[in-house]
Design a binder for this molecule. Structure first.
Ligand code: FAD
Length: 301
């Protein structure tokens, strides 16, 4: 078994396949396992998330049938050379830089690597030129306010614009909304609700008020927090040449986690777990999964 990507999905697939007795190789491009969880746990106040990674690394470490290789970014050729029976692609997703999401339906013509910095860019340590930044939050959970928080603490003047009626509107459901808004106000972040970005370029971010139609300009750079795209180029490259897969003896290539559909940590872990439990097992799709599956191998819980 080859698992590509050691985020929550790849780690859980490896962990559960290891428990089922498979010989598993887990390849990770970065120098550290954990995927998004490792990157995000380095953001302000999110270090508790590292437990998703640490639990699974702790479980995998003593397994003699599991090997983890860090700094191993695999290409399609390398996957084929490995000749595993089954390959799980758990290569995650990335934030869009062109601002497309719920409110903005076509890429902003002016959005490029100089004018627009995605949360991935920021987490990779890239920074806009010092000055004013407009964080456009069309995600509505915590990432937009997190970016605003981080950048204002680094000395940027920050505007947080959102098409929603409140900042971080989804966080109402997690009882965090008031705390987030209060913190942003305390940090001096300018908040523009009911606004969407129209374009960026020439050092100006142009927005429009959804209710009044009034145009609002702010000088500076854009940080769009809108939507994510699957990192599925490896999966596509492998599947575009089925004859090579067959020649390499690879029976299946499956996407799991964000690579299949960007979602939550829980969804990625679930998919990794389900992948491991269903591999080589005949499934009756009409029945409730997990409870009705019969296994030849001991699952261990
Ligand atoms: C900014 C952000 C905020 C989020 N907030 C939340 C939240 O609040 N709650 C929640 O539940 N979920 C949240 N999520 C979602 C959650 O982080 C992801 O759903 C989860 O991490 C996906 O796990 P994964 O294993 O599919 O992918 P990832 O965690 O992205 O891991 C993919 C791994 O594959 C590796 N990789 C990529 N290509 C290769 C290659 N060719 N060879 C080898 N390795 C490769 C990468 O280096 C990475 O380590 C958030 C995601 C993002 C991006």
């Amino acid at each position: 078994m080859l698992v590509v990507g050691a985020g929550p999905a790849g780690l859980e697939a490896t962990h559960s396949l290891g428990k089922r007795g498979y010989k598993v190789t887990l390849a990770e491009a970065r120098g550290e396992a954990g995927g998004r969880v490792t990157r995000e746990s380095a953001l302000p106040n999110l270090n508790a998330w590292a437990r998703v990674r640490d639990y699974r690394l702790g479980q995998i470490a003593p397994m003699p049938n599991v090997d983890l290789y860090l700094e191993s970014e695999l290409t399609a050729d390398q996957v084929r050379e490995f000749s595993a029976d089954h390959v799980a692609i758990a290569t995650g997703s990335r934030w869009r830089r062109d601002c497309v999401g719920r409110a903005v339906r076509a890429p902003l013509p002016g959005a490029n690597a100089d004018t627009s910095f995605s949360p991935d860019d920021i987490m990779d340590g890239k920074r806009p030129p010092k000055g004013h930044v407009v964080v456009f939050d069309d995600d509505h959970y915590y990432m937009g306010s997190m970016m605003a928080d981080l950048l204002v603490e680094e000395g940027y003047k920050v505007t947080l614009a959102t098409p929603a009626a409140t900042v971080a509107s989804w966080s109402v459901y997690t009882l965090e909304q008031g705390h987030i808004e209060k913190r942003l106000i305390g940090l001096g972040v300018e908040i523009l609700t009911r606004h969407r970005v129209k374009d960026v370029g020439n050092g100006i971010v142009t927005m429009v008020n959804d209710l009044t139609g009034e145009q609002v300009d702010r000088s500076g750079t854009l940080v769009p927090v809108t939507m994510r795209l699957p990192n599925d180029s490896l999966y596509d490259a492998l599947n575009s040449e089925p004859e090579k897969l067959e020649a390499a003896g690879i029976k299946s290539v499956r996407r799991i986690g964000d690579c299949y559909g960007p979602a939550t940590i829980a969804a990625a872990v679930y998919e990794g777990h389900r992948y491991a439990r269903e591999l080589d097992v005949e499934i009756d799709r009409d029945k409730v999964q997990f409870k009705t599956v019969k296994y030849d191998l001991e699952l261990g819980g």
